[in-house]
Design a binder for this molecule. Structure first.
Ligand SMILES: [Zn+2]
Length: 120
């Protein structure tokens, strides 16, 4: 095991941008959520990543808080009916979840790489 220092913030920022946590150039994903076997730029293997249910958990956690605040503000400050309120919140939660999920997965893989978790 080498002793070179891995910075957590840049690695997580690169993951957030769907880039290799090590070099920041190669793509992290081959499709929406499928992690590439290795970085195309520096060769860093991503086989050790184990994001598992973490990205889904954090996405649900964030989106449920947003939905809860939206529900409160829409009931208190708008005159929308229940169906319009539910539809509005559902659209925001659906789009937000689809946008957040791969970003949170990349962020978690960057964190795992920086902290040498799971054999990185
Ligand atoms: Zn790389």
């Amino acid at each position: 095991m080498s002793n070179d220092l891995r910075q957590r913030k840049p690695a997580m920022r690169n993951g957030l941008r769907h880039r290799c946590p090590k070099c920041g150039d190669g793509r992290l994903f081959t499709s929406y959520l499928k992690v590439a076997p290795a970085c195309e730029a520096c060769g860093q293997s991503f086989a050790a990543q184990k994001a598992d249910d973490g990205p889904a958990y954090f996405t649900i956690l964030l989106m449920c808080h947003i939905a809860g605040f939206m529900l409160h503000f829409m009931i208190v400050y708008t005159a929308l009916g229940p169906m319009a309120t539910a539809l509005s919140i559902s659209v925001v939660v659906l789009v937000g979840s689809l946008l957040l999920l791969p970003r949170i997965k990349g962020l978690m893989i960057g964190w795992q790489w920086a902290d040498r978790l799971h054999g990185f």
